[in-house]
Design a protein around this ligand. Structure first.
Ligand code: DX5
Ligand code: ZN
Length: 238
């Protein structure tokens, strides 16, 4: 039985991405990871913010209805102010919208929290994190893309972990409760570097759904992340 002193507050979370699942069998693909995933990551793409097109509220609602783990909705869409609350209303646990698509991220984060969901800020490959460091208290998660948003199966870009390091330092020095999530190219050969940099939530599409045993892949990724996760300042002194 874990005690408070040996439970790290930033225990790594693994969020398999349904983007790499078989879309013709969504319910059973959700079921395949249901006992092992911490969150289920759902990529909503609108063919405008990114060139790809995936799913909208009716399909996300259907996924929410069969998922046993919380839904982590990643909105790669234009005009999130118009659409994001709909995902909160259909039961998403966390709704992340892209900073590049929103001129009032704090306002939308407050609306999402008022609607009863966690608020997430997503930062694409070419967007610096510095302008957002002063507003971290408004968010529950910040999702750092470790690829260019839009497609699964791309190669991880290690240089983007500099943003994770900046974010971790700002979170810890500001005593903000925040999950730092990474998305793109997370696999057995990259997850430790992301965890060392400070990430504590990991999206994995290809590495989970491309594996023969997705549940085993999740457990392996989590173990690698746990082994590489540094203690947070208050934990190191306890
Ligand atoms: C891509 C999506 C990712 C995607 C990651 O823009 O945001 O969530 O599923 O896929 P992998 O893990 O294959 O890089
Ligand atoms: Zn995603």
């Amino acid at each position: 039985m874990p005690t408070l002193s040996n439970v790290r507050s930033n225990r790594p979370l693994i969020a398999p991405s349904l983007l790499s699942a078989d879309f013709a069998r969504l319910a059973s693909e959700v079921e395949r990871v249901g006992d092992d995933a911490d969150w289920l990551h759902v990529d909503v793409m609108d063919n405008h913010f990114v060139p790809n097109l995936t799913m909208g509220p009716p399909i996300v609602k259907a996924i929410a209805d069969v998922s046993r783990v919380p839904l982590d909705c990643h909105l790669m869409i234009e005009d999130p102010k118009r659409w994001a609350l709909g995902y909160a209303e259909l039961g998403a646990y966390n709704v992340s919208f892209h900073a590049e698509a929103c001129d009032d991220p704090v306002g939308l984060a407050r609306d999402l929290r008022a609607a009863g969901t966690k608020a997430g800020l997503a930062i694409d490959r070419d967007t610096p994190i510095e302008p957002y460091l002063g507003m971290l208290g408004e968010f529950d998660t910040v999702l750092i893309m470790t690829i260019k948003a839009g497609f699964g199966g791309q190669a991880f870009i290690p240089e983007l972990l500099d943003k994770v390091r900046l974010l971790r330092n700002a979170r810890d020095s500001g005593h903000v409760e925040l999950r730092i999530e990474v998305d793109g190219g997370i696999a057995v050969d990259t997850i430790a570097a992301a965890a060392e940099a400070g990430a504590d939530a990991f999206v994995a599409g290809t590495a989970v759904y491309g594996a023969d045993d997705p549940a085993e892949a999740i457990r392996r990724l989590r173990a690698l992340a746990e082994a590489a996760t540094p203690l947070r300042p208050h934990e190191a002194t306890e």
